[in-house]
Design a binder for this molecule. Sequence first.
Ligand SMILES: *[C@@H]1O[C@H](CO)[C@@H](O)[C@H](O)[C@H]1NC(C)=O
Length: 110
Amino acid sequence: MYSLGTLVLALAVLAVTFADDAKPPPAQILSDKSNVNANGYNFEFNTSDGVSRQEEGELISVGEHKGIGIKGSYSYTGPDGQQYQVTFTADDKGYRPELRVIAPGSQPQQ
Ligand SMILES: *[C@@H]1O[C@H](CO)[C@@H](O)[C@H](O)[C@H]1NC(C)=O
């Protein structure tokens, strides 16, 4: 099960990862939306250095256990100039990422 502490830690690790990616020059945030409610949350943002990320989490029950099921994706430009996209699900069955290369000129899927 995923506790709120685990989620906060995961977000902090991601924040550090993006902070390192952002220098130099500092990336600008182009769009940033988030929403939290009783059943879950979602957010999305993108930045001027080619990073975009979106995620949604909702309360799930497995048997008597409750936790947060998360779906999301992020994309970024690799050191090789290619745009990569990782789509992931994290729930009671574990963290399951899928990586794909986005062909230049096509839009990343949300
Ligand atoms: C950033 O997100 C906004 C809103 O979703 C979108 O209109 C814009 O095209 C995105 N910019 C980039 C560079 O992905």
